[in-house]
Design a protein around this ligand. Structure first.
Ligand code: SF4
Length: 311
């Protein structure tokens, strides 16, 4: 309900426009030569792609790929876990917007709660590091915060709270926004948070260990405590456009270069160009957060693409 228009997607990328496994592999190999070593497969929903396991296997063979992760809604994860592990996937992030089956269905419009829960515990058992993402919706799921952190006390999950962002037009409701500072204070009322031993680096989450807990808790404040200054990400859409920032129209089409077997130097230049034009930050970076001003249809830029390329 928060990232798709209720009437569904106006258009989807047709599969013939998808980059092939070979094109993706070449792109990642060349990006690796320029220093890009952490790769995340996201979506939409990456597990809808039939050759996803083969893609993982091909990418993992590239020596520069030092970390290969996957973000998924978890619905189709369980039966693919063993194959993904064998193919070399390093880590998983699963969207889990509610621990209550009824609310899960209300928020995700999916009846796959049990499948998702089963998948995340199976993933832990198989030795995957697992992050769980919850977009905190005031009045919808905010009351679940304590229960969610308890999962990271009992199990070695990293549970992460994400601020609701004005992503996709019709899914946006300013009254659902709960600034991350409030979420953090609810968590601190119930748990003692300890500094994480790993530096934040260019990560999106501010992560803490939990006293006497097996897991960790992270806070992702895209709106009120923007981390654009540390962002070193580039996104590549399924149909071959490099997007230097989610909140910008900027994109560099690369599919034709890959499809026509253009020389490596041309691909290098496209990647370098994407880095050069990367904006300083998002809309909110320049304009302080004012929830009441953000109405449906607020966003007019390419950020609507988020639903097609992942957050
Ligand atoms: S808004 Fe753009 S610059 Fe900021 S964190 Fe997201 S992708 Fe990076």
């Amino acid at each position: 309900v928060y990232c798709l228009p209720p009437e569904g997607l106006p258009s989807a990328i047709v599969p013939s426009h998808y980059l092939t496994r070979q094109e993706l592999t070449r792109f990642v190999r060349l990006a690796g030569a320029l220093g890009i070593g952490r790769i995340r497969l996201t979506g939409g929903e990456p597990l809808l792609r039939d050759d996803l396991v083969d893609i993982v296997e091909s990418l993992k063979k590239i020596p520069t790929v030092r970390d290969l992760s996957l973000t998924t809604n978890g619905s189709r994860l369980e039966p693919l876990l063993a194959a993904l592990k064998k193919a070399g996937l390093d880590r998983l992030t699963v969207s889990l917007d509610s621990l209550d089956p009824r609310r899960f269905e209300e928020v995700t419009l999916s009846k796959n709660y049990l499948e998702v829960i089963q998948a995340i515990f199976s993933a832990l058992k198989m030795g995957f590091p697992v992050k769980l993402n919850m977009v905190v919706l005031k009045g919808v799921s905010a009351e679940e915060i304590v229960r969610y952190v308890r999962m990271a006390v009992d199990y070695p999950f990293e549970v992460r709270f994400l601020e609701f962002m004005p992503l996709c037009g019709t899914g946006w409701r300013p009254e659902w926004v709960w600034p991350i500072a409030k979420v953090r204070s609810v968590v601190r009322e119930h748990f003692e948070l300890l500094e994480d031993d790993k530096p934040r680096g260019d990560g999106t989450a501010q992560v803490f260990r939990i006293k006497d807990g097996k897991g960790k808790v992270g806070f992702i404040a895209s709106l009120t405590e923007s981390f654009c200054g540390q962002c070193s990400r580039l996104r590549l859409s399924a149909d071959g456009k490099i997007k230097p920032c989610l909140f910008s129209d900027l994109e560099i089409p690369i599919k034709e270069l890959l499809r026509s077997q253009a020389p490596d130097e041309e691909i290098f230049e496209a990647i370098r160009q994407a880095v050069r034009i990367k904006p300083k930050g998002n809309y909110f970076y320049e304009q302080p957060f004012e929830a009441e001003k953000m109405k449906d249809g607020f966003q007019t830029t390419g950020s609507s693409m988020i639903r097609m390329i992942g957050g």
